[in-house]
Design a protein around this ligand. Structure first.
Ligand SMILES: [Zn+2]
Length: 404
C-alpha cells in the first residue's frame, strides 16, 4: 500500500483533478473518476488482474492465501475480500478503517470485531466450545442474508452480515427510543434506516458517514443489546453444528450477486439450508448450550425475542412493498420463533409472556405506521439508494465523495 504522495505528484497541476477527503475527483467529459492511490510495480508484481483489486485492503500474504485456499478460514477471508473488491463504496469504507491501523490486515481488522462471538464461545459448555471454536466464524459485508454457514472442501465457515448489525442497532433504537425519551422524529428515522438497511438501499458506509449518534448512555445500551443479538445469532449457527443438522441439511448454491451488493458474475458459494423444525431447535439450543449462567442466558433470550420482533416488522414491510426476500423464504415466521422459544425455555429465563406481548404491541404499531403512513407516502424514499440520518443528532450532512 503506497501513500497518497505518489498520487499527489501524478495529479499536481491537473486542472481537472480536485483533491477531496480521500484521493482526487478527476472530471472528464460526462464522467467523474475517483482516484485513491497508485500502486508501484513491485506491489503488483506476480498478481493477476483480479488480485490487484484486493491490494488496497489486503496484505500480499492474504492475497496469496486466497489464491491457494488451503483452510476453511482462507475461504472466509476470500468471501470478505470479494465482497469489498467489487464495490467502490466498500473500498472507501475499508480505506477509512485502515487509516491509522497498526499491522493492518483484513483478518486482523475483523478479529477486533469478534467480541460477540467470543463472549458466546466463552459462555458455552466446555464440550460444545471445543467442538465449535475451530470453525471460522465472523462478520462480512453481506447484503440480505443475516447469517450463513458455507461448505468448502476444507470444512465449513460461518459468516454474519455487517448489515444485520446496523439493522439491529437502528431497530433497537426505534423500539426503545420512547423508553429513552428520544424525539419521535428520531425514533421514526431509526425505523426507516433499519428497514432500508435490510432492503439494501441504505448505503453501508456508517463508518465514514455517521448517521448521528444519540447520547452516550442510550448509544451504549443499544449497542449492548445489538451485541447480544449477534452473540445469539452465532450461537444459533453453532447449534446447527452441535445438533448434527449439517449432515441432514441441504446445500444451496448461492451466486455472489445474491449475497453481495455488487454484481459478481459467475462465482458462487454453497450454503446450508435447514428445515423449519431445525431452525426452532437451533434457537433453543443457542441458549440451552450455555453453561449455568442465568444472567447471560437471560440476555441472550431477550435479545432473541427482540430481534425476532424486528424481523416480523421487516417481513410486514416487505409484504406491503411486495418485495421478495430470501430471508423470509428461508426462515420460519419470526412470531412463531418467539413463542416456540418461550415455551421451551425454563420459565425463569428471559421475558415472560406479558412482556413479550408488550414488545409485539410495539412491533404492531411500527407495522401500522409503515403500512398506512410511511410506505404509501414515501415509497421512493425507501427504495432510493442513499443515506438517512437521525435528525436531532446529525449536525451537518456530508457530501458524498467530497467530505468523506
Ligand atoms: Zn438456522
Amino acid at each position: 500500500m503506497s501513500s497518497s504522495t505518489s498520487l499527489d505528484k501524478a495529479l499536481k497541476g491537473n486542472p481537472n483533478a480536485t483533491k477531496v477527503a480521500d484521493g482526487y475527483l478527476i472530471k472528464g467529459d460526462g464522467w467523474v473518476f475517483h482516484a485513491f492511490e497508485q500502486h508501484s510495480a513491485e506491489e503488483i508484481e506476480g498478481l493477476d488482474h483480479a488480485e490487484i483489486f484486493y491490494l488496497p485492503f489486503c496484505t500480499r500474504e492474504e492475497i496469496l492465501r486466497m489464491r491457494d485456499k488451503k483452510k476453511a478460514e482462507d475461504h472466509l477471508l476470500w468471501l470478505r475480500a470479494e465482497a469489498i473488491a467489487d464495490q467502490p463504496r466498500f473500498c472507501r469504507v475499508f480505506r477509512s478503517r485502515l487509516k491509522n491501523a497498526k499491522n493492518w490486515s483484513l483478518t486482523n481488522w475483523y478479529a477486533k470485531k469478534e467480541s460477540a462471538r467470543d463472549e458466546y464461545l466463552n459462555g458455552l459448555m466446555r464440550s460444545a466450545m471445543q467442538k465449535v471454536s475451530p470453525i471460522p466464524a465472523g462478520m462480512a459485508l453481506l447484503k440480505d442474508v443475516n447469517a450463513m454457514c458455507c461448505k468448502t472442501e476444507h470444512g465449513n465457515y460461518i459468516a454474519i452480515s455487517e448489515a444485520l448489525e446496523h439493522f439491529l442497532y437502528y431497530m433497537n433504537l426505534a423500539t426503545y427510543g420512547e423508553t429513552f425519551k428520544l424525539d419521535i422524529k428520531d425514533q421514526m428515522a431509526a425505523l426507516v434506516i433499519g428497514v432500508r438497511t435490510m432492503l439494501g438501499t441504505e448505503s453501508i458506509d456508517f463508518d465514514i458517514d455517521p448517521r448521528g449518534t444519540p447520547p452516550r448512555l442510550i448509544d451504549e445500551a443499544i449497542k449492548k443489546l445489538t451485541h447480544d443479538q449477534l452473540s445469539f445469532t452465532f450461537g444459533h449457527e453453532y447449534a446447527h453444528h452441535l445438533l448434527g443438522h449439517l449432515s441432514q441439511g441441504q446445500i444451496k448454491k448461492k451466486s455472489l450477486s445474491e449475497i453481495f451488493y455488487a454484481n459478481e458474475l459467475g462465482k458462487s458459494v454453497g450454503s446450508y439450508s435447514y428445515k423449519h423444525k431445525q431452525e426452532y431447535e437451533a434457537d433453543f439450543f443457542s441458549i440451552k448450550n450455555i453453561k449455568s449462567n442465568t444472567e447471560y442466558k437471560n440476555r441472550l433470550a431477550n435479545a432473541a425475542f427482540i430481534m425476532f420482533s424486528h424481523f416480523s416488522v421487516l417481513n410486514h414491510a416487505l409484504e406491503v412493498m411486495a418485495v421478495k426476500s430470501q430471508f423470509k423464504s428461508d426462515h420460519p415466521d419470526p412470531i412463531d420463533r418467539i413463542w416456540k422459544l418461550r415455551r421451551r425455555l425454563n420459565r425463569k429465563i428471559g421475558m415472560q409472556s406479558e412482556e413479550i406481548e408488550n414488545l409485539l404491541a410495539r412491533a404492531d404499531q411500527f407495522k401500522k405506521i409503515l403500512a398506512e403512513n410511511f410506505i404509501p407516502l414515501h415509497f421512493e424514499e425507501l427504495e432510493m439508494y442513499g443515506s438517512h440520518y437521525l435528525p436531532s443528532y446529525k449536525e451537518k450532512i456530508l457530501v458524498d465523495r467530497v467530505d468523506f
